[in-house]
Design a protein around this ligand. Structure first.
Ligand code: M6R
Length: 601
């Protein structure tokens, strides 16, 4: 998730920009840049990696001018590699822009602009914004109108700051999708921008948290909004609180973010009649008869979930292995297998080694990853980025939901290419995919319910999480989440397996979390849960349908697709484990014995 800052005023512009970007470091980035405007001169600095590199470049430049306007950005690569050319601010002929979000229609716009004589230097979607602005400015000779026209042509998510020599006293701003805040600074004539509170704290009191569709023009004379849809608020005073956007833990923030990051993950990829990935084309599946997936932990669970979708939708044989097991089993690999690794970090040692083995055996490889330029994205033949933004909580949440969505989209991509899906069924699946962000919205009622349940589930001798089909990997994920942050014993099982042994453990002190979707094998799971209830296990059912044997009940919304139920239940499981962990007084974000990235075997 990129970061934006902007400054107008008579104080040290460069300092505000660099300090502000530092405050946004927690969001993760792979490159950074600033543009400083002084009447007819714009100085730009960009650097890969840490902000220190950018700061060194600025220091070495020994700037003599004083700048009253500047914009800055930290970039987390989504379109195009992390390189200096792809870093923001992006330049036209005489204007610069920084942007958070994804321009969904950038390919069409780019073609149109190239035809009109514009040339592009980066691989990003963002660069079209500045060319579009200049295209209108050249015709209209009116920067405000040119900015409005530009905005009206963009689809997708875009929060923007734009500066231009065409009107060097102003910053043009707009918010749609990604967050953007404008603040009246404490010094006279000062206007500050940031994509979250942290850079503004101590420098401003009054801010506008821009709503979608609101923009304007700022100068030392003040802020002019392009609509009335805004109101002033007071800034919070704690930076730590601000970094977590007011949530108690990064895990909580990341659970709440899922609806937005999944929207980002799907932007530009869901078309009217199928799925389109910039990163791959159909040659990837030529000659492929089988898919093998390797991953660890939560990423393994996303892989296991997708194996049901690959076989059901694309009719490709798919098997999934835990990377640490795969490495030493002397696996038989044939070159008609597509090898997919899944990893949030792209650095997990076992998954990386599995990928290298597959490459050495001559298999085509693909990584589904959240971090561009990681070891895995550099090793695999192809990468699909999950666009979840940095994940700070050790317990993975938004990485899982975005991985699952990418893999579901990939299954549909294959299904269409292999003609294993009717157009009617494809439309149903696309419709369901578009609904996922709604299923991931955290309702207050649900959160409150998990808070109350958490009180009752602190004791006992263990938890069973049970489900069938894709709800089995979800049960595994629910159990993993609970054990890693609460340190309570929890196991995920396929519900039909209970009577083959595990049911011997059933008694009132065994808590069963039963995933009971309406749209997939409801009667089957119901009878499995009845068997556990008959043996006195305490049952917490998660379902849209009433179930009279449940001791506790988390009611999910009725939907018409089992994957939407999947995502709703995911939220309930994540919240429940987090609330239990909080009640136990554990460090939710940094649980004992665990590391965020496991780079050793
Ligand atoms: O970065 P990766 O996705 O490769 O990490 C894999 C696992 O280490 C990770 O999912 C781990 O299981 C998490 N702590 C789960 O919450």
């Amino acid at each position: 998730m990129c970061g934006i800052v902007g400054y107008i005023g008579k104080q040290d512009t460069t300092k505000y920009l660099l300090d502000g970007l530092k405050e946004l470091e927690y969001r993760g980035y792979d490159s950074a840049g600033i543009a400083l405007l002084n009447t007819d001169k714009i100085d730009v600095f960009k650097a890969l990696g840490k902000l220190e590199n950018l700061k060194n470049k600025v220091d070495n430049a020994s700037l003599s001018s004083s700048y009253e306007i500047g914009i800055g950005h930290t970039r987390w690569a989504t379109h195009g590699k992390p390189t200096e050319l792809n870093a923001h601010p992006h330049l036209g002929e005489y204007s610069y822009v920084v942007h958070n979000g994804i321009i969904e229609n950038y390919k069409e716009l780019k073609e149109e602009l190239i035809e009109q004589g514009h040339s592009f230097v980066s691989q990003t979607d963002t660069e079209v914004i500045v060319h579009l602005f200049e295209n209108y400015q050249n015709k209209l000779n009116n920067p405000i109108e040119a900015f409005k026209e530009t905005i009206s042509r963009l689809d997708g998510a875009f929060s923007i700051l734009l500066i231009s020599k065409a009107d060097p006293s102003k910053i043009f701003f707009f918010k749609h999708g990604s967050p953007l805040i404008v603040a009246q600074g404490n010094e006279e004539g000062e206007v500050l921008f940031a994509s979250s509170d942290a850079p503004l704290i101590g420098l401003a009191n009054d801010v506008v948290y821009l709503e979608d569709g609101v923009g304007g023009i700022a100068s030392t004379e003040g802020i002019e909004f392009l609509s009335d849809d805004y109101s002033w608020s007071t800034l919070p005073t704690s930076k730590q609180f601000a970094q977590k956007d007011g949530y108690r833990f990064f895990m909580e923030k990341e659970i709440y973010e899922q609806s937005d990051v999944v929207s980002d993950c799907m932007l530009g990829r869901i078309q009217d009649n199928g799925i389109d990935f910039d990163e791959i084309d159909e040659s990837l599946i030529e000659g492929i008869k089988e898919i093998k997936i390797c991953a660890c932990g939560t990423s393994y669970h996303a892989g296991l979930t997708s194996s049901y979708l690959f076989e059901r939708l694309s009719k490709v044989k798919c098997n999934v292995e835990i990377a640490s097991e795969f490495r030493y089993k002397e696996p038989l690999l044939s070159d008609d297998t597509l090898f997919i690794v899944i990893s949030q970090s792209g650095e997990t040692a076992d998954t990386l080694e599995a990928l290298k083995m597959a490459k050495n055996a001559g298999l085509k490889s693909l990584v589904v990853c959240n971090v561009d330029n990681s070891s895995m994205t550099r090793t695999a033949d192809h990468t699909i980025l999950t666009r979840a933004g940095i994940e700070k909580g050790v317990a993975s949440t938004k990485a899982f939901s975005t991985q699952t969505v990418v893999l579901w989209m990939l299954a549909l991509y294959f299904a269409k290419a292999k003609e294993t899906i009717s157009s009617e069924k494809l439309q149903e699946e696309l419709h369901a995919l578009r609904e996922v962000p709604k299923s991931l919205i955290v309702e207050d009622k649900l959160h409150e319910k998990t808070r109350r349940l958490a009180k009752r589930y602190l004791h006992g001798h263990g938890f069973f999480f049970i489900g069938r089909d894709v709800f089995f990997p979800l049960a595994l994920e629910g159990a993993l989440k609970l054990k890693e942050i609460s340190y309570l014993h929890a196991e995920g099982y396929p519900a039909g397996e209970m009577k083959h042994g595990p049911i011997a453990l059933a008694d009132p002190e065994l808590f069963t979390i039963a995933l009971m979707p309406q749209n997939l094998l409801y009667d089957k799971i119901k009878s499995n849960v009845e068997e556990l209830s008959a043996r006195d296990s305490t049952i917490c059912a998660i379902s849209p349908l009433d179930f009279e044997l449940a001791d506790d009940f988390i009611k999910t919304l009725k939907t018409d697709h089992y994957m939407l139920e999947f995502f709703e239940m995911l939220i309930a499981l994540q919240l429940l484990s987090m609330e239990i962990s909080i009640r136990l007084g554990n460090d939710v974000d940094m649980p004992r014995n665990l590391a965020k990235s496991v780079t050793v075997e």
